[in-house]
Design a protein around this ligand. Structure first.
Ligand SMILES: C[S@@+](CC[C@H](N)C(=O)[O-])C[C@H]1O[C@@H](n2cnc3c(N)ncnc32)[C@H](O)[C@@H]1O
Length: 358
């Protein structure tokens, strides 16, 4: 592809190549928006099983074994690579990992061959978080730069996205300042933070604007910025299956009584959905006497805003669910990245059932 001019770009036939595609959080968002997915590259056989059941185009295998020339029709590069928890504060190993990653990113952008260095690293995630950069640079060097780049990671990866911004800007991209987005501010019934990078080739890159209020334990739902909708409580999306007020102890976070850690009521958004969600205890009301049960996979998927009938398949389903970007956040992020209009976004957000194609 040659980079479209800004006039053409809005209507350009986008096609997504999704690196580290997981069970398809971002691809579900793309499907809801009517944006074609060329392929999602994923090496975990369970996540691939779900993708295939969902009818999502899937290339099973290692992202490092492929490159842009394998997917020539793709115009949009997306990815949520696994990554270390860089602890920037206080120095130590976390800081060193971050410095190594940034140093390698700069050498890659200088077109140095760092493959031998990457192969020798103790923690292979350093190399994986740089894979989207390798793809972006390879596409530029082949004369077919991606029109849009969308990257998603845990908030600890923000400093990597900040450096990636500098490097992509030097390559001619417009890159919105990378930011940590709060999922409940996009109507997800869950608090989760994700570091997002959005780059555009031919027009200005912009971040999505929050639609809902931020969740604060000390604030009631109706309090806060009047221009935004109140955050969505988990009881609202699980209402079908759970008729009674409930609370969940996720054991998320630190401190306090471990038996009561991370308690959220059904009138609040859920805590971050992780791969351990199947261990969360669901209690009747705000009590610890009457344990009801655990969340089903479908319920965990709903908290991540997957359609209720999403065909989870293979093993380790809670892990697959916890790994994903909530499709609803994905809709907002992709729509902002591709400059799609509000009507398209509203239509995408109204989809609650999944129709597998293929
Ligand atoms: C954080 S998850 C991404 C989830 C995805 N963005 C979604 O929304 O569903 C990272 C995924 O990368 C996969 N993965 C890790 N290393 C990989 C590699 N070298 N090649 C392909 N997939 C890999 C993992 O199996 C996992 O499913």
């Amino acid at each position: 592809m040659t980079a479209p001019t800004s006039d053409e770009s809005v209507n350009a036939p986008f096609g997504v190549i999704d690196l580290f595609a997981g069970p398809g959080g971002l691809d579900v968002a793309a499907r809801h928006l009517g944006v074609p997915v060329v392929a999602g590259i994923e090496w975990d056989k369970d996540a691939c099983a779900t993708r295939v059941a969902a009818g999502l185009p899937t290339e099973p295998g290692d992202v490092r074994k492929f490159g842009p020339s394998d997917f020539p029709s793709a115009t949009v590069l997306t990815g949520g690579p696994p990554c270390q928890t860089y602890t920037v504060a206080g120095g130590g190993a976390g800081r060193r990992d971050l410095d190594d990653t940034i140093g390698l990113a700069k050498r890659m952008a200088a077109r140095e061959d760092v493959s031998a260095h990457l192969a020798g690293l103790d923690d292979e995630r350093t190399g994986l978080v740089l894979e989207p950069l390798r793809w972006a640079l390879a596409a530029i060097d082949s004369g077919n730069p991606y029109e849009a780049i969308v990257l998603e990671q845990v908030q600890a990866a923000l400093p990597v996205w900040v450096v990636m911004r500098e490097l992509l800007e030097a390559e001619g991209y417009s890159v919105a300042p990378p930011a940590v987005l709060h999922t409940e501010q996009f109507g997800v019934p869950q608090t989760r933070r994700r570091a997002i990078l959005i780059a555009r080739r031919s027009t200005e890159a912009v971040m999505p604007r929050p639609t809902h209020r931020v969740y604060r334990k000390s604030e009631e739902r109706h309090e806060g910025d009047r221009a935004l909708l109140p955050w969505v409580p988990m009881g609202e999306v699980l209402g079908q299956s759970r008729r009674y007020p409930f609370s969940v102890v996720s054991n998320y976070g630190t401190g306090g009584n471990p038996k009561d850690r991370g308690r959220r009521l059904s009138t609040e958004p859920s805590a971050t959905v992780t791969g351990k969600i199947s261990r969360n205890r669901v209690w009747h009301g705000n009590h610890t006497e009457i344990e009801m049960d655990r969340f089903s996979n479908a319920e965990a998927g709903l908290l991540q805003t997957f359609p209720a009938d999403y065909p989870w398949a293979g093993n380790a389903i809670p892990q697959q669910i916890g790994n994903a970007i909530p499709p609803r956040l994905g809709v907002h992020v992709l729509a902002a990245a591709l400059g799609l209009d509000d009507e398209t976004v509203d239509r995408a957000l109204a989809v609650t059932e999944w129709t597998a194609i293929g």
